[in-house]
Design a binder for this molecule. Structure first.
Ligand code: ZN
Length: 244
């Protein structure tokens, strides 16, 4: 079974469309999404309806929950809070209902994996970016594979024989999932923060078993123009060109 995993789309429909187009050209059996469909970006409704139609499993992220009023926007940075308030105003009923149906954590039995928007310790807020947080994530779970999003940084970290190794997963990184227990972050579709501005996803072949990290070019300037048309903060448009 081959599962494509995406995360942190953030209302960037052109990035999402590029990833979905590439996936349709290849072969995969299921699509999982680790949350943050909305927030920051200009096309929240289209991103929600597109993921709702295609994803076999989908989590809620902190931005989704902030837009729904389930977590306080006081915990958001200024640009994040402004875009969440704008998203709240334009979000349509079906898309809101879809987001309301989602949780920040889930488990899959076949194939076996535990999924969290942020981390097992705090599925909504904790960034897994250090060895300590990666080790805690693996120690708090039992599935052979743990998937997290939220940091917008693609990661492949393995715990094997009590030893933690791995880290940033650039395009083309392959993880041999048959050895040890793995924590993977696919990176972000709609707002990458690892210095590579292209949309990110990971393809997991559970039969091999192997994970491969992918990047896809998309028309960044189209999303930037939409951000500016809607009067969202210009920094949200600028950062997309730099992958930060
Ligand atoms: Zn996010």
């Amino acid at each position: 079974m081959r599962v494509a995993v995406i995360s942190d789309i953030h209302g960037n429909y052109h990035a999402l469309e590029a990833v979905l187009t590439e996936l349709e050209e290849g072969e995969h059996d299921a699509l999982w999404c680790l949350g943050d469909l909305v927030g920051y970006g200009p096309r929240p409704n289209r991103c929600c309806s597109s993921v709702a139609a295609r994803a076999d499993l989908c989590l809620a992220g902190n931005h989704d929950l902030g837009v729904l009023g389930q977590v306080s926007l006081d915990d958001f940075a200024t640009d994040a809070a402004l875009s969440a308030e704008w998203t709240r105003e334009v979000l349509e009923d079906d898309e809101r209902a879809f987001l309301e149906s989602l949780k920040p954590a889930a488990a899959s039995e076949e194939p076996a994996a535990e999924l969290f928007h942020a981390s097992p310790r705090d599925p909504v807020w904790e960034y897994v970016l250090t060895g300590e947080s990666a080790l805690a994530a693996l120690e708090l779970t039992s599935a052979p594979l743990v998937l997290v999003g939220h940091s917008h940084v693609p990661l492949a970290i393995v715990l094997d024989d009590g030893r933690l190794s791995g880290g940033l997963a650039m395009e083309g990184t392959e993880a041999d999932l048959g050895r040890g227990r793995w924590l993977l972050n696919p990176g972000s579709v709609g707002q990458p923060r690892d210095g590579d501005q292209r949309a990110a996803y990971v393809l997991i072949d559970f039969d091999e078993p192997r994970a491969t990290f992918h990047r896809v070019e998309y028309e960044i300037e189209r999303t930037q123009a939409e951000i500016r048309e809607r009067g969202l903060p210009d920094t949200l448009a600028e950062r997309l060109a730099h992958g930060v």
